[in-house]
Ligand binder design. Structure first.
Ligand code: DAH
Length: 371
């Protein structure tokens, strides 16, 4: 039952006390029940409307009806109640506007219908993905993985790989040298490794044949960045040393690897080349995967292989016996082959990427395509 102002017949102090208590308790209850601004408006009007609001009714039912000798007391009580009602009405609005109607701040209230916070799971970087794929091909052939430092000495990057000091083959490597190394012997001077081949030496220093390893990692060259060059890129080195390893094993291994990476219809071709640490050396070409080795595409020359039908992909060769001299292997008893390939170059071909810089710019729209 909502509160209604009682008519008074007894105007004694104790009867007035009890009437006032009843009114105040109704005021508190109705204030607490108001949860919105609309509730509050109804609450305010019920108590303060000039026409028939509870305060107006107090004037009529209590004050005007009071006998002369009680008027003073009743008038004072009605005035106090008026002040109390006004204060309560104001406080009720303040509470509603601060969002504290249920005893909690609005920001703390839990809305279980809101969508959750989506955390994207990310994608493997295409370079790492390609690297892992290449490693997987060689793992299946029984190779294990070795790594070496990116900051190398001249000895491992050059000398032990049969690049003698001042040999012109060093010029092909566009080396970034660490400054302030002049006081050291040449072989101890530091540089950023230009290839993963130094890991061949480090591996042979710590293991005796048979050796079958692949060595993935980052390498550095003093190259200006453009669509096909980056001063930082990745290579995977391969090394197999055992008794009776021949060029035939090298050809069979790389032919298998290229077919595993690019599809079984891909052909390989070995082209004479030069590296100081292999003899003989070869560049490996694969039949163009864009024109199927035909050299023509869509009625014109194939742009990807410059109409030759072949794409050059990696370097390789039989380990030069001079290299074994640096690692205490007996070149009369063992033989081996090595190869080195650029990971970005393979990723570019596999995924049809036209600019190597895309791998390093960190644009999520590019990267998430590899997820
Ligand atoms: N290290 C060579 C380079 O970066 C690539 C290479 C060629 C590695 C022949 C080899 C190899 O192991 O046998 O230019």
């Amino acid at each position: 039952m909502p509160y209604t102002v009682p008519k008074l017949s007894d105007f004694s102090a104790s009867a007035l006390d009890s009437a006032v208590r009843g009114l105040l308790s109704a005021l508190e209850q109705e204030s607490a029940a108001a949860g919105s601004e609309n509730d509050w408006k109804a609450f305010r009007d019920r108590w303060m409307a000039r026409k028939n609001g509870i305060l107006t009714q107090l004037n009529d039912l209590w004050l005007k009806a009071a006998p002369r000798d009680a008027k003073r007391d009743v008038g004072q009580r009605v005035n106090e109640l008026k002040t109390k009602v006004e204060q309560t009405v104001d406080a009720t609005l303040a509470r509603i506007q601060s969002g504290a109607s249920s005893g909690k701040l609005a920001a703390e209230r839990l809305d279980v219908t809101l969508p959750g916070i989506r955390r994207p799971i990310g994608a493997e970087h295409p370079v790492i993905k390609t690297m892992n794929e290449i490693i997987g091909v060689f793992r299946n052939l029984g190779y294990s993985v070795e790594e070496g430092p990116e900051i190398e000495t001249d000895y491992y990057n050059f000398e032990a790989l049969n690049f003698p000091p001042n040999h012109p083959a060093r010029d092909t490597q566009d080396t970034l040298f660490i400054a302030g190394q002049e006081s050291k012997e040449l072989r101890d001077r530091l540089l950023l490794r230009t290839h993963t081949s130094p890991v061949q030496i480090r591996t042979m220093q710590k293991m005796k044949p048979p050796v079958r390893v692949v060595c993935p990692g980052k390498v550095h060259r003093n190259d200006a960045a453009d669509a096909t060059h980056s001063p930082i890129f990745h290579q995977i080195e391969g090394l197999a040393v055992d008794t009776n390893i021949t060029f035939c094993d090298l050809k069979g291994t790389l032919d298998h690897a290229m077919k595993a990476l690019f599809g079984s219809s891909v052909k390989t071709r070995f082209y004479p080349s030069f590296f100081p640490f292999t003899e003989p050396s070869a560049d490996v070409q694969i039949s163009c995967i864009f024109c199927d080795g035909k050299g023509t595409r869509d009625g014109g020359p194939c742009r990807n292989c410059k109409a030759s039908g072949w794409i050059e992909l990696l370097g390789c060769g039989m380990v030069d016996p001079n290299v074994y001299g640096f690692v205490d292997y007996d070149a009369t008893k063992i033989s081996g082959f090595a190869f080195g390939m650029g990971v970005e170059r393979i990723a570019i071909l596999k995924y049809g990427v036209d600019d190597i810089q895309l791998f390093f710019q960190g644009d999520v729209r590019f990267l998430e395509q590899f997820g």
